[in-house]
Design a protein around this ligand. Structure first.
Ligand SMILES: Cc1cc2nc3c(=O)[nH]c(=O)nc-3n(C[C@H](O)[C@H](O)[C@H](O)COP(=O)(O)OP(=O)(O)OC[C@H]3O[C@@H](n4cnc5c(N)ncnc54)[C@H](O)[C@@H]3O)c2cc1C
Ligand code: SF4
Length: 316
C-alpha cells in the first residue's frame, strides 16, 4: 500500500471542499472495498477523508411518505430496520444476501452503491484492464467470462456491477441525494446513477469529482410481495451469478430488477408489461439484445428459470 494522509471530516462542506480541491483524495466510509483496492494499488488516493463522523447514520420518514436513508447507515442496520423490513422487504432481503455479517456491520449504504466490479482481471494488476487502466485493453474479452455481463456490454468492458442492495434500490426507484463542492445539491434517480461501460469503463457512475452522497431516498411503499433470489456458486459469502429483485402485486403486475447481468442494476420497465405472459417472455424482454459469451450464455436461461421460481413464489 502506498503512503497517504488521513483526516476526519468535521462537516459535509469541509469534506467536499477538500475532495474537490484534491483529485487524488477519496472519501472513506466502511473501507471494506476501498482498503482492499488500496492494498492492491488499484486505487491509490494520496489523501483519505473519513466521513464516518458526519452523523449521516439515520433512517427517517420523508414528508412524502417515503424513507430517507443516511449515506452512512450500515448495511446491517438498514436490513434490520423495522420500517424497511415491513415496507421495503426487498431491500432488507437483498442486503442480507450480500457479503457476511462482519462486512455488513461496517459497509455503508453509499459505499455499497459505489463498490467496484469483481471482474477478476480488474483485481490483477498484471492483466490489461480498461477499467483499471484506461486504454490498456480488456482481458475478459476472449478470456474467462463465466461471471461477466451479457447485456449493455461494450467492446471495451463486459464487467458486472456486484451490489445486491443496488438491485433492490433499482426495483424500488430510489433516488440518490448528493452535494458537490460548490454546494450544489442533486437528486439522481438510481436508473441514471450507474453507467454502462461504453468506451469509458473506468467511470462507474455519474458522480463528479468530489461529489458526496448524503442520503438515498425511497418513495412511499408500493405494497406487493417482495422477493430477492440470488444464484451463486456458494450458498453464502459469494457474489451473484445472477439475482432477481422483484415486487409482485396481487394482480400479477410487478417490477423486476436483475443483478449479475450488466454493468449496472438491470431493469427494463417495458418488459414488466409481459409478466402476465410468464417468465420466458418477460426474461426475453429484459435480456433483449444480450451479447453473451460461450462461457456465460447460461445466464440467459438462469434468469428465465429464476424468474419462473420468483413468480411461482409470488403466487404462493
Ligand atoms: C469478501 C467480500 C464479500 C462481499 N460480498 C458482497 C456481496 O455478496 N454482495 C454485495 O452487494 N457486496 C458484497 N461485498 C461488498 C461490500 O458490500 C462493499 O465492500 C461495501 O458495501 C462497501 O461499503 P463501504 O462503506 O465499506 O465502502 P468504502 O470501501 O468505504 O467505499 C467504497 C467507495 O465509495 C466511496 N464513498 C463511500 N462513501 C461515500 C459517500 N458518502 N459519498 C461519495 N463517495 C463515497 C469511497 O470513496 C469508495 O470509492 C463484499 C465485500 C467483500 C470484501
Ligand atoms: S471486463 Fe472490464 S473490468 Fe474486466 S478486464 Fe475487461 S475492462 Fe477490466
Amino acid at each position: 500500500m502506498r503512503a497517504f494522509s488521513y483526516e476526519r471530516a468535521s462537516s459535509i462542506e469541509a469534506a467536499v471542499t477538500v475532495a474537490a480541491s484534491n483529485p487524488d483524495a477519496k472519501f472513506i466510509a466502511g473501507g471494506t472495498n476501498l482498503l482492499d483496492l488500496m492494498k492492491l494499488e488499484i486505487e491509490a488516493p494520496t489523501h483519505l477523508i473519513d466521513v464516518n463522523g458526519l452523523g449521516l447514520d439515520r433512517i427517517e420518514p420523508t414528508s412524502e411518505g417515503g424513507l430517507r436513508i443516511g449515506s452512512l447507515v450500515r448495511n446491517t442496520d438498514l436490513a434490520a430496520d423495522e420500517t424497511v423490513r415491513r415496507d421495503y422487504g426487498l431491500l432488507s432481503r437483498a442486503l442480507v444476501a450480500g457479503a457476511s455479517g462482519q462486512l455488513r456491520n461496517k459497509a455503508t449504504t453509499a459505499g455499497n452503491l459505489l463498490q467496484r466490479t469483481r471482474c477478476p482481471y480488474f483485481y490483477d494488476p498484471n492483466q490489461p484492464c480498461n477499467k483499471r487502466q484506461p486504454g490498456s485493453g480488456c482481458s475478459a474479452i476472449g478470456g474467462y467470462t463465466r461471471q461477466h455481463a451479457v447485456v449493455g456490454t461494450s467492446d471495451d468492458c463486459i464487467a458486472t456491477h456486484p451490489s445486491d442492495m443496488a438491485i433492490a434500490m433499482r426495483a424500488l426507484d430510489a433516488t440518490i441525494e448528493t452535494v458537490a463542492a460548490d454546494g450544489r445539491h442533486r437528486s439522481i434517480a438510481i436508473a441514471e446513477f450507474h453507467r454502462l461501460p461504453g468506451d469509458t469503463p473506468h467511470i462507474d457512475t455519474v458522480l463528479q469529482q468530489g461529489e458526496f452522497i448524503t442520503a438515498i431516498v425511497l418513495p412511499p411503499p408500493i405494497g406487493g410481495k417482495h422477493i430477492y433470489r440470488k444464484v451463486r456458486d456458494r450458498a453464502s459469502y459469494a457474489f451473484a451469478l445472477i439475482s432477481i429483485g422483484a415486487v409482485i402485486q396481487p394482480d400479477g403486475t410487478g417490477r423486476i430488477a436483475v443483478g449479475g447481468v450488466a454493468h449496472k442494476p438491470w431493469r427494463v420497465e417495458g418488459a414488466e408489461a409481459l409478466l402476465s405472459n410468464g417468465a420466458r417472455e418477460t426474461a426475453r424482454g429484459i435480456l433483449a439484445d444480450a451479447r453473451p459469451t460461450e462461457q456465460n450464455r447460461f445466464k440467459i436461461d438462469l434468469v428465465e428459470r429464476t424468474l419462473g421460481a420468483v413468480l411461482a413464489e409470488a403466487r404462493g
